[in-house]
Design a protein around this ligand. Structure first.
Ligand code: SAM
Length: 227
């Protein structure tokens, strides 16, 4: 399967393994990953955030309940919410999540946004688990036609050392992995997509955290549905 599908499947596999109840996808674009995750029975809350409202709205109808959801109501309830806003801003609607995914997002951030990103995601949202994926620039010479970056909107592409240093840890342990293995003889370049899986070291005390984190809303809700 193409790499973007492998990335979605990687998240789906993590969800099946760790059974998070609340999952947020930052930079959710056309909501394809959210749509895939809606079929994971463990999930009760799904949230998406993107700075491009129109892209988010394109296929948003896919997230709505299907006739079958009404005909055969299940035990679990599912709430899906889409927010328009930037990962450079804190909003209390992103508190209390078990898993936050950032798939091919960071390389699209402007310098000022990238500087705020770790504090927003690890410091403020502080979910139990964070997954970040980004291109591994060491793989680029193996990709035909790639001169500088893989996509014209990329602000940078990191090699493995740069990603691993940039991945500010706060109170998280991290494991680095990836997807897209290089052809035989070129194994030293690493995976095509590099992935960091961050796990929060300490469980948090919900009440103190929430009162400390009283923050104004910065995102706009664009869609909300309940199953
Ligand atoms: N995660 C999706 C996937 O893997 O298919 C989409 C990745 S797409 C390459 C990057 C997305 O990040 C775009 O939809 C873009 O609008 C969004 N984005 C860029 N800057 C952002 C920001 N500051 N806050 C939230 N989303 C942002």
């Amino acid at each position: 399967p193409p790499l973007y599908k492998q990335r979605y499947q990687f998240i789906k596999d993590l969800v099946i393994k760790y059974k998070p109840k609340k999952v947020a996808d930052l930079g959710c674009a056309d909501c394809t990953l959210l749509w895939m995750l809606k079929f994971c029975k463990c999930i009760e809350v799904l949230a998406g955030l993107d700075i491009r409202e129109n892209v988010m709205k394109e296929k948003m109808h896919m997230l709505s309940p299907l006739p079958a959801d009404y005909l055969q109501p299940s035990e679990r309830s599912l709430t899906v919410t889409l927010h328009h806003g930037s990962v450079a801003h804190k909003d209390p609607c992103m508190l209390g999540f078990d898993l936050v995914t950032c798939i091919e997002l960071v390389e699209h951030l402007e310098t000022a946004e990238l500087e705020k990103f770790p504090e927003v995601v690890f410091g403020f949202m502080a979910p139990a688990m964070v997954v970040i994926s980004t291109p591994n620039s060491e793989f680029n010479p193996l990709l035909p036609g790639v001169t500088l970056f893989r996509h014209s909107d990329h602000k940078f592409e990191w090699d493995r050392a740069q990603f691993q240093t940039a991945a500010t840890r706060y109170d998280y342990t991290v494991e680095f992995t990836g997807l897209g293995t290089p052809p035989p003889g070129t194994e030293n370049v690493g995976f095509c997509t590099q992935i960091g899986v961050f796990v929060r070291k300490y469980p948090k005390n919900g009440e103190t955290v929430n009162s400390e984190k009283h923050t104004e809303h910065a995102y706009k809700t664009v869609n909300f549905c309940c199953f």
